[in-house]
Design a binder for this molecule. Structure first.
Ligand code: NAP
Length: 220
């Protein structure tokens, strides 16, 4: 798949968005985030990477990795710039971002610059992630925020990172970018709650994904 991406881009060097998320389930907020990043950062393609077994998820209803992968494929199928990777789904152990980035580095080498796109709240925890210092050498980050988000939290994090990691001080100071996404008023948590309470979910996520999760009785 990765070779196909390079071929499709028709370039020796590409800028790739890596959409990391549990996607439990994927919704329009995620799709708008990916499209906005594609345009704003002039990315060539965006690869969605649903987490397999997330290290930080201990409660709540989590659909199976395969279901979350399939819903991501269905949701992105019509967009020629969006791909979905099984890299974390197929890993038979906890999904750490550092392992994913290393794997992508092995595949693309210096042929790609990676932009890891995810929710700002997830990025706020980055210093607690496995090998956080190393992670920052592999990619830049795009933190997607919901309307009304207190961006000071991210600014403080940036300062903390800059004072902790010399390599960022000497090189690319702008390592975490912020992107406000009004469509992120939609959330997976709210969709799961609505399904449980038999409230409408129409127009919050693609109809095909909606049909899939109803057919398979997810989040009931
Ligand atoms: P989360 O804590 O469930 O999500 C935090 C917030 O970000 C939620 O509001 C979520 O909204 C939103 N969000 C998540 N992914 C998004 C995306 N791609 N675009 C826009 N908003 C997004 O975080 P998560 O989804 O489980 O994990 C996010 C990424 O961080 C994953 O790739 C995960 O592997 C990585 N991570 C790595 C480690 C580690 O390596 N130790 C630890 C934690 C997270 P919704 O609920 O609506 O999606």
């Amino acid at each position: 798949m990765e070779e196909k991406i390079l071929k499709l881009c028709g370039k020796k060097h590409v800028k790739l968005g890596i959409m990391g998320g549990t996607f439990n389930p994927i919704h329009f907020g995620h799709l708008v985030t990916a499209e906005e990043a594609l345009q704003q950062f002039e990315l060539d393609k965006v690869i969605f990477i649903p987490t397999g077994s997330p290290p930080h998820k201990t409660s709540g209803i989590l659909a199976s990795p395969e279901d979350r992968y399939l819903m991501s494929v269905i949701a992105t199928a019509s967009n020629p710039d969006f791909f979905v990777s099984r890299i974390e789904i197929d890993r038979q152990r906890t999904s750490y971002t550092i392992d994913t980035l290393k794997e992508l580095k092995n595949i693309f080498g210096n042929r790609a610059t990676l932009y890891f796109i995810t929710g700002a709240d997830a990025i706020l925890e980055i210093l607690t992630w496995k090998a956080s210092g190393e992670i920052m050498q592999y990619c830049r980050f795009i933190a997607a925020t919901r309307p009304g988000y207190d961006i000071k939290k991210i600014e403080d994090l940036k300062e903390k990172i800059l004072s902790n990691y010399d390599f960022i001080n000497s090189g690319d100071r702008q390592h975490i970018y912020l992107m406000e996404i009004p469509a992120l008023a939609i959330s997976s948590t709210d969709i799961r709650r609505r399904i449980k309470e038999n409230s409408p979910i129409k127009y919050l996520l693609p109809e095909s994904v909606c049909n899939y999760l109803l057919k398979h009785g997810l989040y009931k």
